[in-house]
Design a protein around this ligand. Structure first.
Ligand SMILES: [Zn+2]
Length: 141
């Protein structure tokens, strides 16, 4: 496990989620699929949240999603102050799970529910990479 760094803008992986953040560092978005009930979750769960099976599988996500809802943060605080304005969103992965992320490379005025999105990754000088989503274009993927 990497050195624990606690900050508002930093993920804090634990023994159950370290592998998921390692995948993000490698620019791969993973999901957890239950082989018993087929439930897919974006959370790096050690067991199925529906049927509690412990033999869940870690599988790569397609990297595509649709926009469910969003808001533009105009005034951030702390480590987010310099980042504003930015768009925080809930997106539905093609595999089904909904997760929170940031929308990049988009004019907020053009966003709409159901907009097709593609995952991307932002490396950071300090700390772990993070996933972001951008509107799908023919050149993204
Ligand atoms: Zn299950």
């Amino acid at each position: 496990m990497s050195e624990l760094r606690v900050a508002p803008d930093e993920p804090t992986p634990d023994l159950d989620t370290e592998w998921w953040w390692d995948a993000i560092d490698g620019h791969r978005l993973m999901v957890v699929r239950c082989p018993r009930c087929d439930r897919v979750t974006a959370v790096a769960a050690a067991f199925c949240p529906r049927c509690w099976a412990e033999d869940v599988e870690r599988v790569p996500a397609s990297g595509t999603a649709t926009l469910y809802t969003w808001t533009t943060v105009l005034q951030g605080y702390g480590p987010f102050a310099e980042k504003a304005p930015y768009v925080v969103a809930m997106v539905d992965l093609e595999e089904g799970p909904r997760l929170m992320t940031e929308i990049v490379d988009a004019d907020p005025a053009t966003l709409h529910a159901g907009l097709r999105l593609t995952v991307g990754f932002r490396d950071r000088e300090k700390g772990r990479a993070v996933m972001v989503f951008a509107p799908t274009t023919d050149t993204v993927r």
